[in-house]
Design a protein around this ligand. Structure first.
Ligand SMILES: [Zn+2]
Length: 50
């Protein structure tokens, strides 16, 4: 029973994106990875909200 492909597909979609809020410009966006930057003002001063 090798259903690894399905599991990986779900992980990539649901676990790697989180919602963030920029503390500098209050922009809300979805970020991927550990070092997330605001796409609007390029600030790394963001807060994870989702
Ligand atoms: Zn920003």
């Amino acid at each position: 029973m090798c259903s690894v492909g399905d599991v990986v597909g779900i992980d990539v979609k649901t676990l790697s994106t989180s919602e963030y809020e920029c503390l500098d410009c209050n922009n809300k966006f979805k970020g991927i990875g550990k070092r997330v930057k605001c796409p609007a003002c390029k600030s790394s001063n963001v807060n994870k909200i989702g």
